[in-house]
Design a binder for this molecule. Structure first.
Ligand code: CA
Length: 275
């Protein structure tokens, strides 16, 4: 029995990075992307002789395993648009921001923004100037909702036309239902500074190592608690092989907070029936 006292156990402080290979399937891009993993248990941590190793909350206390990192030092950046800015540590990566425990929204356009056209072979086009004028255009995600699927395509190159990474795009538009060309599709663009216009929206600028945020009506950025997650997996249990399994481990009464999932930033997200 191992008792954990109340308090925070920071998964980021023990995090290691490994490469996660994702399989090429029906034209999906193949490749590796990094996964940051916090506390890890292996076969060496297993119980033996039929006994379990129990990792358990000390009675009456609340141990919290978290990778949350506090973002402080918010300053008003654009008074007219009520955009605040804070620095983050270089190298941090995240897709979520929580302010006073409420998840913020990645800066996005409205659905079906004016002048945004759909090119089946490529991606999106714009009949107006706003698309080409975006500063960090290569970080935009093209989000397409078709039937029950929510696809995300990454930009391969842009300016007047946002061209998606081709293998992923083909997978999305050419695999039958739920095709993104169907009449039930709607689309928007996500993740650009210029899309900040609603309370609760945020944008993380990788180039600047900074976060921009428009607070909600009840949030004062001088006192608000802003937290971003920093690892994908807070706790893992993995053996070395089928002959070296991890076993006889129990976890009881533990609380987990703040993890991220960075795969869509590296590979987009393309789904289909039954996967
Ligand atoms: Ca917006």
């Amino acid at each position: 029995m191992v008792f954990l006292h109340g308090g925070e156990y920071n998964a980021a402080s023990v995090a290691t990075t490994r490469e996660y290979p994702f399989a090429a399937k029906s034209g999906e891009p193949a490749g590796n992307y990094p996964v940051r993993t916090g506390f890890s248990f292996t076969q060496a941590d297993s119980g033996s002789n039929g006994y379990y190793v129990n990792w358990k909350a000390f009675p009456g206390e609340t141990p919290v395993i978290t990778s949350g990192q506090t973002i402080a030092g918010w300053e008003l950046h654009d008074a007219q648009r009520r955009i605040y800015r804070a620095a983050v540590a270089p190298g941090m990566e995240f897709r979520q921001l929580y302010v006073n425990g409420v998840r913020a929204v990645r800066a996005r356009t409205e659905a079906e923004p004016a002048g945004l056209g759909f090119i089946k072979e490529t991606g999106f086009s714009s009949s107006e100037q706003w698309l080409a004028a975006l500063k960090e255009q290569e970080r935009i995600e093209m989000v397409l909702q078709a039937h029950w699927c929510n696809h995300r395509a990454l930009v391969q190159n842009g300016r007047d036309v946002l061209a998606a990474q081709p293998a992923a795009w083909t997978h999305m538009v050419d695999t039958g239902l739920p095709s993104v060309t169907g009449p039930e599709m709607f689309k928007y663009l996500e993740n650009a500074y210029e899309f900040l216009d609603q309370p609760g929206e945020f944008y993380w600028s990788q180039a600047e190592s900074a976060v921009y945020y428009i607070p909600r009506a009840d949030q004062d950025m001088a006192s608000a608690e802003a937290v971003v997650p920093s690892v994908d997996e807070l706790l893992t249990v993995a053996g070395g092989s089928l002959d070296e399994t991890a076993h006889h481990l129990r976890f009881e009464g533990l609380t987990f907070e703040y993890s991220t999932w960075m795969r869509p930033s590296y590979a987009g997200y393309h789904v289909n029936q039954s996967n």
